[in-house]
Design a protein. Structure first.
Lengths: 225, 225
């Protein structure tokens, strides 16, 4: 009954991953997809991005601008087993579930769900003033502190030395405020691979959004198999 | 960066799986482990069972009898990346987390956690009068109906034609009572592979405990990698 290795020759599931930041660099575009393929060899991920939003989604206005683009992109995409909206805000996820017959997975809802395994009080660490809806819905009034590290305005600020310092300081602050778990709330945090570093500094679980969305995608695919 | 196929030649993670029913038949003993290896080719699962409990855990007395045996078995087991207690009651899971340095995963807590992805009201379908603690803790007052199908007294009643009929009738009853999701609450339900059949009859998500414990085990392993 074992089917070890099916993953090599013929990955089971074909996944479409939507980046909500406009990226012309192929390597940057594919980064979340490659992380997911690394974690879950049975998933084969193709990435596409929305156009004309080089700074991604970082407030309500940029989200509203992005939603119709995400819906159009997803609806035109054929031959997929599941679709991932690789953004902690879960933009268009609700709308797409109503329109598509395949599973739709958001980074935010996945990260929040998995964070509940590890504690009762949550720090949400992202790049927006407002805590993304998936985290608010899942954690309710069990969120400590606020979401935004100092000096961070968009996902582009994260890879800098200053950006990483600021994220680390925020994580320590959230722990100090009583967070038992930190749920990262920007997939740019996965791109810079900071979850593990933060765990080493804070000594509490830190949930990585791209790993989380990949896990829930794999679960959805297994459930449909 | 892709590492497709590592699963074939050298499964990443070594998992110990504890069956809480005494099984002398090697094939029966390994059934949950083989299901997990099928779903997650990167996990290599060895199964062991507790002794002198041929009808498993099905009430408080049989659980109390099992807990020290599970703890002893787990503590003596070396060389593992994670340990799974493959029972919806999560017996000894809390105790083992305090004693072991590797992740400990219970079937019940995993199933309940994943069920929350799919709705707001929950049917819990198992083999015990009382709803197992992991489900009560996660769902709180959002549980509809009770847990026990008619005529089912232990995991041994499940594989019979009557047993399957009774489980199906219970699932339909829970849906009728308003369940948006059914969380199966006995790993014997996975052994008979009934989740998919129930979904086809009930048209609501039905969460399989062995798939759920496997998913959370894989997540724990990835997080520690």
């Amino acid at each position: 009954m074992t089917n070890k290795g099916v993953g090599i020759l013929n990955p089971h599931f074909k996944i479409g991953l939507i980046r909500v930041v406009t990226l012309s660099d192929e390597q940057m575009l594919n980064l979340h997809g490659q992380l997911i393929e690394h974690y879950f060899p049975e998933l084969q991920v193709e990435s596409r991005c929305i156009d004309a939003q080089p700074t991604g989604i970082h407030d309500e206005q940029t989200e509203q601008l992005a939603v119709p683009k995400i819906i159009k992109l997803a609806k035109e995409w054929q031959g997929l087993d599941a679709i991932v909206v690789s953004c902690a805000n879960d933009p268009a996820v609700k709308e797409l579930r109503e329109e598509l017959s395949i599973p739709v997975i958001g980074a935010g809802e996945s990260t929040a769900l998995l964070a509940t395994r590890y504690g009762q009080t949550f720090g949400v660490l992202g790049i927006t003033e407002e805590i993304p809806r998936g985290y608010r819905k899942t954690f309710g009034d069990r969120i400590v502190g606020n979401c935004l590290p100092e000096g961070i305005h968009s996902t582009l600020d994260l890879p800098t030395t200053e950006g990483k310092k600021s994220v680390t300081a925020k994580a320590l602050e959230l722990k100090e405020l009583g967070a038992e778990v930190i749920a990262l709330a920007c997939t740019g945090m996965s791109t810079i691979g900071i979850a593990k570093e933060l765990e080493q500094v804070c000594h509490i679980p830190v949930i990585d959004p791209v790993m989380a969305e990949g896990l829930m995608t794999y679960f959805e695919c297994l459930r449909k198999e």
